[in-house]
Design a protein around this ligand. Structure first.
Ligand code: CO8
Length: 267
């Protein structure tokens, strides 16, 4: 069921925001340019991240695109107008910060890749926790063909996800890979005919679990990424300790012992 809003939403021009059964669905809507990320659209993505954080109904977020693309990259018309290295660097830093807002959302995020996810579009998907691709999707980092390099996190997040050699194959060739190849490379978690429907199913499976535990599990994985194993395990132990103090932990363990479904409150 779609939520009735008490939260005041900004007027978005290039995306829509809707909450269905605890899942926020953010649909990028610039189909005339295959949802290319203009600066205005990037600002709206940053804004929607702020909305998500404030919306108490949201337990999972799904990003998707309208029409035949998820997002076909940064807006090439705007890129062609960039005058100098300073301006280009600023644009990359702004874009990286927007992707950072997405990747640091406390709730699980899913990219429902309904079509082309190229350049900045793949980088948006990589900023999400999970990726579900439609059988029609094409993914790639074609920036070198434009005389550029990925600048919204692609040279960093893709190698961390799939390893240096596989990432550089995609970055050097700029080739588009199919959903099936993306699955075998480990870029996407699932492939389905209808990416959004499959992402909603995945969101429903995630939402059955304790919300604070989900947030703490995500935090543990994120904080551990840049650390030595011993330090990372300390982070895990600290967050485990915190999880064990929650009402949801009492409820989850009691429900198991009483052979019933738990009712988590996120407390
Ligand atoms: N930017 C602007 N407009 C675009 C983009 C884009 N990335 N992609 C498509 N469009 C526009 C087309 O120009 C076209 O507009 P019009 O109808 O006015 O001519 C419309 O969308 C439809 O596109 P096509 O006719 O090309 O559709 P096809 O089905 O023939 O082809 C493709 C689809 C293969 C996806 C093709 O459109 C394509 O190759 N697009 C560009 C993909 C690309 O190179 N993306 C990477 C961009 S660079 C990038 O993302 C860098 C990110 C980091 C930046 C950091 C610093 C700011």
């Amino acid at each position: 069921m779609a939520q009735e809003y008490t939260l005041e939403l900004p007027e978005f021009q290039h995306l829509s925001y809707q909450v269905e059964s605890g899942a926020a669905i953010v649909t990028i809507k610039r189909p005339q340019a295959l949802n290319a990320l203009s600066q205005d659209l990037m600002a709206e993505i940053a804004e929607v991240a702020g909305v998500i954080i404030q919306d108490p109904e949201v337990q999972v977020v799904i990003f998707t695109g309208e029409g035949k693309a998820f997002v076909a990259g940064a807006d090439i018309a705007e890129l062609s107008e960039i005058k100098d290295a300073f301006a280009a660097r600023e644009s990359a830093i702004f874009g990286q910060a927007v992707m950072g807002e997405i990747s640091s959302l406390p709730v699980p995020t899913i990219a429902a890749i309904n079509g082309y996810a190229l350049g900045g579009g793949l980088e948006l998907a990589l900023a999400c926790d999970l990726r579900v691709a439609s059988t029609k999707a094409k993914l790639g980092l074609p920036e070198v063909g434009l005389g550029l390099i990925p600048g919204y996190g692609g040279t960093q997040r893709l190698p961390r996800l799939i390893g240096r050699g596989r990432a550089l194959d995609l970055i050097f060739t700029g080739r588009h890979v199919s959903a099936e190849e993306a699955l075998s490379l480990g870029i996407v978690n699932r492939v389905a005919e209808d990416a959004l429907a499959a992402a909603k199913e995945l969101a429903a499976a995630i939402r059955k679990n304790a919300p604070l535990a989900l947030a703490l599990a995500k935090e543990s994985v994120t904080r551990g990424e840049g650390l030595e194993l011993a330090q990372a395990l300390e982070v895990e132990a600290d967050l485990f300790g915190y999880a064990a103090t929650t009402q949801d932990m009492r409820e989850g363990t009691r429900a198991f012992l009483e052979k019933r479904a738990p009712e988590f409150k996120g407390e």
